[in-house]
Ligand binder design. Structure first.
Ligand SMILES: [Zn+2]
Length: 165
């Protein structure tokens, strides 16, 4: 079976159309050669960039709203980065600094930080308020994605890339 998905480059924001396949492969942006499945979370403080990454990226995007002065956010930061590495083939993890992107936080009714919102094709499919471990993040994503997607949440069911076209 052949299918393709759109992945937004974390480096230059280009939309890359890539083939789905069963094997995990490293895939680079056709424009800037950045990893399309990065080992770290992506910062999306710019409102226009945020919208593009939430809407045009076909894989789910889990966004942590945080601020530098927030103690629980700092405690969670390392866990969030570990989750970004562990879950990179299944979903992308992103961060929004609410001091810089108050507009984005307000639009999504973020009342307290840290708050995580799980998006899929622009729509919110789950939300968690408070600090959480990497294992907790994986469980949260699995629970909400299994409920929201037509197919069960499993690596095979999610976009896996082969070289960009
Ligand atoms: Zn790029």
């Amino acid at each position: 079976m052949y299918a393709s998905v759109n992945l937004v480059c974390p480096g230059c924001d280009a939309v890359n159309r890539v083939a789905s396949a069963r094997a995990h492969e490293e895939t680079l942006c056709s424009r800037c050669r950045a990893e399309l499945f990065p080992d770290a979370s992506v910062s999306l403080d710019d409102p226009i960039r945020f919208q593009k990454h939430i809407i045009s990226h076909d894989a789910p995007v889990l966004v942590a709203f945080w601020a530098p002065w927030c103690g629980p956010c700092r405690i969670m930061a390392e866990e969030f980065e570990e989750a970004a590495r562990r879950l990179k083939w299944d979903l992308r993890l992103a961060k929004v600094n609410t001091d810089r992107a108050g507009e984005v936080a307000a639009r999504h009714q973020v009342q307290a930080i840290p708050t995580m919102i799980l998006f899929h094709r622009g729509g919110e499919i789950g939300r968690f308020q408070g600090s959480i471990t990497a294992a907790g993040i994986a469980r949260f994503a699995q629970d909400h994605l299994t409920a929201a997607l037509e197919t069960p949440f499993a690596p095979e069911a999610l976009p896996i890339a082969s070289p960009a076209l």
